[in-house]
Design a protein around this ligand. Structure first.
Ligand SMILES: [Zn+2]
Length: 327
């Protein structure tokens, strides 16, 4: 193995440079990953353009946090903690929890000392290789990782992130009942992940909405199991949902659309009385105009969600390996 590895380093907004960085010395409780593939997240683009706010304005940084690779080095303690051996293919969770704060100790799933691979740790923090856009990545002792079955192509395995998000948001948090009608607003990676998760959960009817420009993604949504898709630029989405459900409306609406604020208000129109709305799409900090009386009068449940956990990542990798969906 050579003593350095190539890395794409974001040195400033919109400035990505190829650098050769030294491979770290590792010990008993950490290791080294040979990166095979890294998914591109919507936040990678925002990070590149400097739209992530203070938390994402870390330079110089190696981006890339949807990471799949092979463990090329791992100490004895690390192997025991991670449940892997050198040579194993793994999916790496991007979140590094501190393991010491009150939130970590209470098992709440949050962490006040959280760090994120590919985002919040600069290359100036030793040993430098903290992101996926590189030949190799450092594996900190607190890393959470999951073994990837050998037969799964690396590119396919990187879909564990949007799929785990879909499983957590649409299944574990929303808890749809067998036969429920669900509307997913936004057919991006996360929305498509929700479609697969809802199919697995036994949803009765899955309706996906998107813009005219989303036509290819809406076609993918249908291939993955959506029963109907709606082009909101040319159709009245609420009327389509009403027609598709014989006036009963949706039991559950999941808003995964990024930037657009109208879907939040539309969700209230599309959901039945005592239904549930899951909000997952960020609106770039913009205020949303809505008549909150409708939430009260329809007795709705509104729940915000973000990110995945170990249980949803494990489920996502199992689903990818099953080849049940044309991912
Ligand atoms: Zn913590």
């Amino acid at each position: 193995m050579s003593a350095t590895t190539p890395a794409a380093v974001l040195t400033a907004t919109r400035r990505l440079e190829l650098q050769e960085l030294p491979l770290p010395v590792t010990g008993a409780d950490d290791g080294l990953l040979e990166v095979e593939a890294v998914g591109i997240c919507g936040s990678d683009w925002a990070q590149f353009e400097g739209r992530l706010g203070a938390a994402g304005a870390v330079f110089p940084v190696i981006p890339g946090h949807e990471i799949v690779g092979r463990v090329t080095r791992a100490g004895a303690d690390a192997c025991r903690a991670w449940g892997v051996r050198e040579g194993d293919r793994v999916a790496v969770e991007e979140v590094l929890r501190c393991g010491r704060c009150h939130d970590c100790a209470s098992g709440s799933g949050r962490c006040t000392g959280i760090r994120i691979y590919g985002m919040t740790i600069p290359t100036t923090t030793a040993p430098g290789l903290w992101g996926g856009y590189a030949g190799h990545m450092y594996l900190h002792p607190n890393t959470a990782m999951h073994r990837v079955p050998e037969g799964v192509p690396a590119q396919l395995a990187t879909l564990f992130v949007p799929l785990a998000n879909g499983i957590r948001w649409a299944q574990h948090v929303a808890r749809p009942r067998l036969g429920d009608t669900v509307v997913v607003q936004g057919p991006g990676q996360q929305g498509l992940g929700c479609v697969v998760a809802l199919r697995e959960a036994g949803a009765g009817r899955i309706i996906v909405t998107g813009t005219a420009a989303d036509a290819p993604r809406l076609a993918i949504a249908r291939a993955l199991g959506a029963d109907a898709t709606v082009d909101v630029d040319h159709e009245d989405a609420v009327e389509r949902v009403r027609a598709l459900t014989d006036g009963r409306l949706a039991d559950l609406v999941i808003d995964v659309s990024a930037g657009a604020t109208a879907p939040v208000s539309l969700a209230i129109d599309m959901v039945r009385a005592k239904g549930t709305i899951i909000l997952a799409g960020l609106k770039d900090g913009r205020d949303v105009t809505l008549a909150s009386d409708r939430i009260v009068l329809k007795q709705l449940v509104l729940q915000g969600v973000g990110g995945h956990d170990s249980a949803s990542v494990a489920a996502a990798l199992g689903l990818i390996a099953s080849r049940r969906y044309p991912l």
